[in-house]
Ligand binder design. Sequence first.
Ligand code: FAQ
Length: 339
Amino acid sequence: MTSVLLGEGAQAAGEPAEPLAAFDRAIAADERIEPRDWMPDDYRSTLVRQMAQHAHSEIIGMQPEANWITRAPSLRRKAILMAKVQDEAGHGLYLYSAAETLGTSRDELLDKLHSGRQKYSSIFNYPTLTWADVGAIGWLVDGAAITNQVPLCRCSYGPYARAMIRICKEESFHQRQGFELLLALSRGTEAQHAMAQDAVDRWWWPSLMMFGPPDDESAHSARSMEWKIKRHSNDELRQRFVDICVPQAEALGLTLPDPELSWNESRGHWDFGPIDWEEFRQVLKGNGPCNEERLRRRREAHENGAWVRDAAAAYAAKNAAPGRGRVREQDLTETAVSA
Ligand code: FAQ
């Protein structure tokens, strides 16, 4: 959106009519808003809130799966799982970087996560009790994430939309590995099949909660949809996910733990049973099975990584210092001599 490339002063003056009108026109025309474009304060803070929550979910989401890296049943499964967990760290980095374009530093966001002032997805407060949980996370959690995130590739804010394109490509690979893992277990021994079924029984309902509260209780949906940050409501995406999963569960030879699942011919969708929203509220309040452990381990990881941040900062300062060119020249001479 080049038409509203105004100086920094524009926003400080409130929401002047002309830039606001230009912003509204850009949204209506489905143009992207870019970091230096003028934007309403609420648009900026809504994006920071959602992107921060998303970034935090990616890095906290590493924990339940990392729990199984040392116990993966084969070298192949271990290599796949390590790559997946690394991908999640990468997604966190893309998203923190995208949030930085809105003027919020990664340090500030991490501080808010560590002090409980910002949320991460409810789903990561559940434990991974068996190896089959790694498959259930890939199939259901990554599956729900993709359903939610593919429309975010068309989000009105450019850096978020572009980050989501790459993230979705990787997430769809994650979803397939989860499906393939569960399929192997489902077709394995009786005990392996039972383990896969148990994992699906435990992860199904929390996965439906990932899409957020029902539309009539969703505080931010209407505004976010007007601004084309979100393209669909929480309930629409939840329904889309259920419709995708039912035939996939059948292909897996596993049952979804909902006796009320039934095809509704007139709606053209699967009906499903009531979600336990009280459980969702409790998890959001910090009373889920693993909330405490997840935050404690995140804070520990941050403290243990302090020396890496210090070293990186020292290295950057050294390279930025005058005389950097001379150091390089000297390095080259030494290399040439030793060669
Ligand atoms: N958990 O008004 P709404 C992944 C909060 S990434 C916790 O409907 P909104 C990859 C919400 O923040 C998974 N909190 O909110 C992976 C708000 O609270 P606030 C994360 C939730 O923003 C896979 C309040 O409730 N994905 O899985 C949840 O319009 C495997 C009111 O809700 C994203 O974040 C929840 N489930 O819609 C990684 C995608 N739902 O801020 C590792 C981007 C709602 O007022 C392994 N985010 N809340 O204090 C979104 O699309 C949206 O933020 C929603 C919520 C759909 C999550």
